[in-house]
Design a protein around this ligand. Structure first.
Ligand SMILES: Nc1ncnc2c1ncn2[C@@H]1O[C@H](COP(=O)(O)OP(=O)(O)OP(=O)(O)O)[C@@H](O)[C@H]1O
Ligand SMILES: [Mg+2]
Length: 411
């Protein structure tokens, strides 16, 4: 059988051809290897180079190799933090023509560390808690996307430092299954596997003296579950709030943003007892809000502005559903967005006198007004409304800002 390389990027096969595929991975000469720390694994895994990239090569049977490759591609499409699949190499034979196991090739996750290496220098309990938080977030993200991991553990996760915190990445997808959505039973089962695996791994570390004495492995396993459940609840619960109170919705969106989640969809149902809000949180990529806002409204903004403006647009849209009965076209997002720009966005920005705007463009002004409304509403413990926010902002905030600028002298 001839050597076959299936790859996601057309440049990779040529680069990969230079590697000694006729040798079992365990026998690859040192000149091919990149000595970086690896986690524990059943399969043989080695790091090597393809062009100027460091890659991870894992030897395993053809079916699981293709399956894992496919799953990692799905996770990539879903925007889940996981290692990038690059290729599957099959049809390997040694010098005498005997078959060798296929391999799965992934991109080495730069700056990542397997947990064992992190524990080698005894880790403070606070740092451990942050690692566990990152792992709980990863598991929640996977579950929201319908992915049951089947083998969540510290060895199957890579950790990367991320602005003072840690981000967790999935490295081993072999046992995973992707469903349209997971039932509570499926999630619980997956979480239970995670708990047992993680407590086991910590017990191992304890036995080898690498665990901080204050950390109880079993309790820690439970801690992860608690953190997961809190996060899941915050993300998916249905909340009821008094009709017309934007403020409650906004508070939830902000809390979700702080947890690292973006709200891509939101449903509001009206009822006699109050409005019910259901969020369908989705983790979205960095440019998502900018593209979405541009497509809907033609407004080209920065990322944070786009996120805030879209949040406002969506809350507004959700309240407009009932106002256009019998006209399906009028309820289309583009049509509603156009009305929002005309009836809400532009008049609001125009309410700020041009001489007070300084160098702020309309998107920034609107963003500032939303921030101000948030601030005043938090103080008042209810939604004070956009009009009040605009009035207060132009009467109190902007004049003070201008005065401060003038005092500071010409730029
Ligand atoms: N793309 C990558 N980037 C960084 N490290 C990697 C990468 N791929 C694999 N590794 C390292 O290799 C180790 C083993 O990989 P993996 O968990 O996929 O192997 P496995 O044999 O399937 O494991 P298991 O025993 O859980 O089945 C990981 O813990 C990680 O340290
Ligand atoms: Mg593994």
């Amino acid at each position: 059988m001839a050597l076959q390389i299936s790859a996601t990027n057309p440049e990779h096969p040529a680069l990969l051809l230079a590697l000694p595929w006729d040798l079992p991975l365990a026998e690859w000469p040192a000149e091919y290897l990149v000595p970086l720390p690896r986690g524990i694994s059943r399969h043989v895994v080695r790091y090597t180079r393809a062009g100027d990239e460091v890659i991870a090569v894992k030897e395993l049977a053809e079916r699981p190799a293709l399956r894992e490759y496919g799953l990692l591609r799905d996770l990539d499409r879903l925007g889940i933090p996981a290692v990038d699949p690059l290729a599957v190499v099959t049809g390997r034979t040694d010098g005498a023509g005997a078959p060798l196991e296929p391999v799965l090739v992934t991109r080495h996750l730069r700056g990542s560390m397997p947990y064992r290496s992190m524990f080698e220098t005894t880790m403070r309990p606070a740092t451990m808690h942050r690692l566990m938080d990152a792992l709980a977030v990863l598991l929640v993200r996977l579950h929201l996307a319908g992915f049951a991991w089947g083998d969540c553990s510290l060895s199957n996760t890579l950790f990367r430092r991320d602005a003072g915190a840690y981000a967790a990445y999935l490295v081993d997808a072999e046992t995973g299954e992707l469903h349209p959505r997971l039932s509570p039973g499926q999630r619980e089962y997956d979480l239970d596997l995670a708990r047992v695996n993680i407590s086991g791994e910590l017990l191992d570390l304890e036995a080898s003296g690498a665990l901080h004495p204050s950390v109880d492995p079993v309790e820690f396993g439970h801690g992860i579950c608690t953190r997961y459940q809190g996060l899941w609840q915050e993300l998916t619960r249905t909340s009821v709030y008094p009709a017309g109170e934007y403020h409650y919705i906004e508070r939830r969106i902000r809390r979700l943003n702080e947890l690292g989640f973006d709200v891509a969809e939101m449903q509001i149902e009206h009822s006699s007892t109050g409005d019910t809000v259901t969020f369908v949180p989705k983790v979205v990529d960095a440019g998502h809000h900018q593209r979405q806002l541009l497509r809907l409204t033609g407004l080209d903004t920065e990322q944070n502005q786009a996120r805030r403006l879209l949040g406002d647009l969506e809350s507004w849209m959700a309240t407009q559903d009932d106002h256009t009965p019998g006209d399906p076209l009028a309820a289309r997002p583009e049509v509603l967005a156009h009305r929002w720009v005309r009836d809400v966005f532009r008049p609001t920005v125009r309410a700020v006198p041009p001489e007070l705007r300084g160098s702020m463009d309309p998107a920034e002004i609107y963003h500032q007004l939303l921030e101000h409304r948030w601030y005043l509403s938090e103080r008042a413990q209810h939604d004070i409304g956009l009009d009040t926010a605009v009035k207060d902002y132009t009467e109190h905030v902007l004049p003070r800002a201008r005065a401060a600028l003038e005092q500071a002298g010409p730029e």
